[in-house]
Ligand binder design. Structure first.
Ligand code: SAM
Length: 333
């Protein structure tokens, strides 16, 4: 069947396949095909301009004939409208306002053989520790699982600590920037998806992973062991207070606390060695994606007599209508 698709060099295929998957744009019902040096990735829908800007690498949007996966049971065959859901380890998450959740859960478990539990989120992530509550719709009565991402494994209890698989591509972008011999401070580390992935790149990278949520730190320590990462220091505490201890040590400071990261900018600047990069995440409106946050970072640096150079600004994903999760990268001199 003829479909819209992405054409990309085979050697650059994996990051874009992963990004399309994160954005629900990869058509899993069709078989990815190749011709010469190129891969063709089938799409569920024509990407919007903002989505195209999020895709990594040099690619072309085109059309191609694809074979359907034969004999494979599809969610589309079991229900008319497939609601949005995501899979973390062997748990599928649906929203609580999905109509006929039991029917949806049964269909998901039938099609996704590895899913053992379907949970409905009872609201958005909330509170200081960015957690959510769930109700069980089908399967085993549990909220914990082990999720695999880029060769790492993460134990998570979804009610006790934050985790999203939707940042997998973003994490790999940060990973690419960290070099051997460098020190990384992950100020809001959660169960460790940035910290552990970076630590696994080289034993010669020092990772200081901070989180205020005692459960997140307990899981992070468990994940350090699970992944045999010897170079992660997991520290429970307030990132603002702990900055003093690691003053001037960091080559990279990761600030993944959208909405509130601005309250920690003085501490982040204090952590920076000369030339360090701050990776600052925020949720911003369409009409001021980066300006306001860049100004806040510059002001915090100015207070400490430091200068900044903008390195990169990018949209990570859409968050709500006209609101985007963005990453701003700034060098602190
Ligand atoms: N970086 C992780 C990830 O990508 O999965 C977790 C990000 S989550 C959005 C933000 C984390 O910041 C939560 O785990 C929360 O417990 C932690 N947090 C909130 N306030 C904090 C503070 N004052 N100091 C340190 N960590 C804090």
């Amino acid at each position: 069947m003829r479909k819209s698709c992405i054409r990309i060099l085979k050697k650059n295929g994996e990051p874009i396949r992963r990004a399309l998957l994160d954005m629900d744009l990869l058509d899993n019902n069709s078989r990815i095909c190749s011709e010469g040096d190129f891969l063709y990735l089938p799409l569920t829908a024509e990407p919007q301009d903002t989505e195209l800007k999020l895709l990594p690498g040099d690619f072309e949007l085109t059309e191609q004939d694809f074979e359907e996966h034969k004999g494979q049971l599809k969610l589309e065959n079991l229900m008319n409208d497939v609601p949005h859901f995501e899979v973390i380890g062997d748990i599928a998450l649906i929203e609580d306002d999905v109509s006929q959740p039991e029917m949806v859960a049964e269909a998901i478990m039938k099609v996704k053989g590895n899913v053992k539990t379907v949970l409905a989120a009872l609201g958005p992530v909330e509170g200081e520790f960015r957690t959510r509550r769930f109700r069980r719709i089908a399967g085993e009565d549990k909220t914990s699982t082990i999720h695999k991402e880029y060769g790492c494994r993460y134990y998570i209890d979804l009610e006790k600590a934050y985790f999203t698989p939707r940042l997998a591509t973003e994490r790999s972008r940060i990973l690419a920037q960290v070099k051997e011999g460098q020190t990384v401070v992950d100020m809001f580390a959660g169960v460790g998806p940035y910290s552990i992935m970076i630590a696994k790149k080289s034993n010669d990278i020092r990772v200081i992973a901070i989180d205020k949520n005692p459960d997140a730190i307990e899981f992070l320590r468990r994940n350090v062991e699970l992944n045999s990462a010897t170079n992660v220091e997991a520290i429970e505490g307030d990132a603002n207070l702990l900055a003093e201890r690691f003053q001037g040590l960091a080559d990279h400071v990761i600030m993944n606390l959208p909405h509130n990261a601005c309250e920690f900018l003085d501490a982040a600047i204090r952590l920076c060695a000369s030339g360090a990069i701050i990776h600052y995440y925020d949720i911003t409106p369409e009409d001021d994606l980066f300006g306001c946050s860049l100004k806040l970072i510059e002001e915090a640096a100015g207070k400490a007599d430091r200068k900044t150079e903008a390195v990169e600004t990018r949209v990570v994903r859409s968050y709500a209508p006209r609101q985007f999760n963005v990453c701003i990268e700034v060098r602190v001199i």
